[in-house]
Design a protein around this ligand. Structure first.
Ligand SMILES: Nc1ncnc2c1ncn2[C@@H]1O[C@H](COP(=O)(O)OP(=O)(O)OP(=O)(O)O)[C@@H](O)[C@H]1O
Ligand SMILES: [Mg+2]
Length: 338
C-alpha cells in the first residue's frame, strides 16, 4: 500500500550539499500492517516518515500510496492525499488555547465536514480513544497519556488510511506508554488503519509492530518480520538494539572462576517449551546450572534465552556431546566460556 522507491533526502547546508539524511531507501508497507522504523537519533527516521505524507519532499525517488505516485502531486490533489494520512507526534502538537473537543473538531472542519457532522463525530472519536469525559478540558489540564489520546483522536478523525506515528510514546512513562501502544494496536485492528511507527526503542517495536526496518545513518540496514529480527539480527547495529531489550549480560563476578562450559542458548517457538536441558542431563549425565534466563513473547511467538553452565564430574567429553545435542535441538548456541 505504501511503496518507497529509492528515496533520498538531502538538506542543504549553506551553499553546500550536506550528506544525505535519507540515503537510497526502498520499502514496501502492506495494507493493515503495523510497520516500525527503528534507529538511533539522527538516523533519518523522521525525515523518511515525513516523505510519506510529503511534509518532506524527497530529493530523489518515488513515494507511492495505493499505486499512485504522490510525490508528484501539488495543490488540491496534494491536500486531498494528505487527508488520507493522519500523523501523531512525540510532543503531541495540540492547540493549547482550545478544548479537547475543539482540537478534534478543527481537523474535521479543515476536511470540510458540516457542523452537524462535526457535532456527531467528535463525541464518537473521543469515546474511541477513552476521553469521553474530557471534551471540555484544555490540554494543560491533561496528563501526557491523555494528550497523546487527543493527538490520536485528531489524527484519526477523518478516517485516514494510514497513521504515521513519530516517537508517540517517547515522552511518556512506561505504563502510559504501553496503554498508548495498546490503543494504537486496537485502532489498527478495529479500523484497519495501516500504522507506520518510529521509535528508538526495540521494546516499543516488539510490543506492536509486525515488521520493522532498522535505520542507521540514512540507510535501512535490515528489514523484516519483527520476530525474525529479534531471533536472528544480522547487522551489528541491530544486534546492539536487540541486546538492549533482551539484556542478558552476566554480572562479572559470575564469569570469574567458572568451572565447566558456559552456554548462551536461544530457543525459538516450539523448542522454547521443549525440555532440552533436562534431556541432556539424563542422556549425558552432565549437570546443568541455569544462571540467567528469560522468555520474550513477540506477538504470540516465544523467544527464550538461557545462560547455562554445564559440568561433568569426571568425563568432560560428555560436555561436548551435550553441547552438540543442544545445538541440534535449539535455534542457536553460543559458547561464552570453556
Ligand atoms: N530541516 C532540516 N534541515 C537540515 N537538516 C535536517 C533537517 N531535518 C533533519 N536534518 C538532518 O537530517 C538527519 C536526520 O534527521 P531526522 O530528524 O530524520 O533523524 P531521526 O532519526 O528522526 O532522529 P531523532 O531520533 O533524534 O528524532 C540529521 O542529521 C538532521 O540533522
Ligand atoms: Mg525523529
Amino acid at each position: 500500500m505504501i511503496e518507497l522507491q529509492k528515496i533520498c533526502v538531502a538538506f542543504h547546508q549553506g551553499k553546500q550539499q550536506g550528506s544525505l539524511a535519507v540515503d537510497d531507501v526502498s520499502l514496501a508497507i502492506s495494507q493493515g500492517e503495523v510497520y516500525g522504523i527503528v534507529g538511533a537519533s539522527g538516523a533519518g527516521k523522521s525525515t523518511l516518515l515525513r516523505t510519506i505524507n510529503l511534509l518532506q519532499r524527497p530529493t530523489a525517488g518515488t513515494v507511492k500510496v495505493n499505486g499512485v505516485a504522490v510525490s508528484g502531486l501539488t495543490g488540491r490533489a496534494l491536500r486531498q492525499q494528505r487527508q488520507k494520512i493522519g500523523m501523531i507526534f512525540q510532543h503531541f502538537n495540540l492547540m493549547h488555547t482550545r478544548t479537547v473537543a475543539a482540537n478534534v473538531a478543527f481537523s474535521l472542519r479543515a476536511a470540510g465536514k458540516s457542523t452537524a457532522d462535526i457535532a456527531r463525530r467528535v463525541p464518537e472519536i473521543l469515546a474511541l480513544v477513552g476521553l469521553a469525559d474530557k471534551a471540555d478540558a484544555y490540554p494543560a489540564q491533561l496528563s501526557g497519556g491523555q494528550k497523546q489520546r487527543v493527538g490520536i483522536a485528531r489524527a484519526i478523525a477523518n478516517q485516514p488510511e494510514v497513521l504515521l506515528c513519530d516517537e508517540p510514546t517517547s515522552a511518556l512513562d512506561l505504563d502510559t506508554s504501553s496503554a498508548i501502544l495498546q490503543l494504537l494496536k486496537e485502532i489498527n485492528a478495529r479500523l484497519g488503519i495501516t500504522i507506520v511507527l518510529i521509535s528508538h526503542e526495540m521494546a516499543v517495536i516488539k510490543s506492536i509492530c509486525d515488521r520493522v526496518a532498522v535505520m542507521s545513518r540514512g540507510r535501512v540496514v535490515e528489514e523484516g518480520d519483527v520476530f525474525d529480527i529479534f531471533a536472528n539480527p544480522r547487522h551489528e547495529f541491530t544486534r546492539q538494539l536487540v541486546s538492549h531489550t533482551l539484556n542478558l549480560e552476566l554480572p562479572a563476578r559470575l564469569m570469574q572462576d567458572l568451572q565447566g562450559t558456559l552456554l548462551k542458548i536461544l530457543f525459538i517457538g516450539p523448542s522454547a517449551e521443549q525440555p532440552v536441558l533436562s534431556d541432556v542431563a539424563t542422556r549425558f549425565g552432565v549437570s546443568v546450572n541455569i544462571l540467567h534466563g528469560k522468555i520474550e513473547y513477540i506477538g504470540s511467538r516465544a523467544l527464550g534465552l538461557l545462560v547455562a553452565l554445564l559440568t561433568h564430574p569426571d568425563t568432560p567429553e560428555r560436555i561436548t556431546e551435550a553441547v552438540n545435542y543442544i545445538r541440534d535441538n535449539t535455534a542457536r548456541v553460543e559458547v561464552l566460556h570453556g
